[in-house]
Design a protein around this ligand. Structure first.
Ligand code: 5GP
Length: 117
C-alpha cells in the first residue's frame, strides 16, 4: 500500500485511462464501477489519494465529509435515493479492498442483503 496515488484510480483522476464519470467537484470524482454489482454501482473517490479511511487523519475530515455528501448526490442523480441504496467502503484484506485508493461504493437499484457475505 502506498500513498503516492499510483493506483488505477489515480490514473482515472489524471485522465490517463477512461472511465464513465458521473459526478465531479474540485476534490471528488465519481465514476461507474467497471464490474457492477448492482444495477447502479458508482465509485466515489477523493482526487487526492488516501489509501483508506483507516489512513485518513483529522486533516482529511472535510474531504471525508465531502465524499459522503457526494455519494448521496450521486444516489439522487442515479434515481436510487428514494428506493434506498447502500454506501460501502472496503478496508484492507479482510474488508475485501482491492484498489488502495479510498473509495465509496454507491450501490442501488435492487434490494441489498444483510449481512454481507
Ligand atoms: P474494492 O474491492 O477495492 O472495494 O473495489 C474496487 C472496485 O474497483 C471494484 O468494484 C472493481 O470492479 C472496480 N475497478 C477496478 N478496476 C477498475 C477500473 O479500471 N475502472 C473502473 N471503473 N472500476 C474499476
Amino acid at each position: 500500500m502506498t500513498q503516492d496515488g499510483d493506483t488505477i484510480f489515480g490514473k482515472i483522476v489524471r485522465r490517463e485511462i477512461p472511465a464513465t464519470i458521473v459526478y465531479e467537484t474540485d476534490t471528488v470524482l465519481a465514476f461507474r464501477d467497471i464490474s457492477p454489482a448492482a444495477p447502479s454501482h458508482v465509485l466515489v473517490i477523493p482526487k487526492r489519494p488516501i489509501v483508506s479511511v483507516a489512513h485518513a487523519t483529522k486533516d482529511d475530515a472535510q474531504l471525508i465529509g465531502e465524499l459522503m455528501l457526494a455519494a448521496a448526490e450521486v444516489a439522487r442523480q442515479e434515481g436510487i435515493a428514494e428506493g434506498g441504496y447502500r454506501i460501502v467502503t472496503n478496508i484492507g484484506q479482510h474488508g475485501g479492498q482491492t484498489v488502495f485508493h479510498l473509495h465509496l461504493h454507491v450501490l442501488g437499484g435492487r434490494p441489498m442483503e444483510w449481512p454481507p457475505g
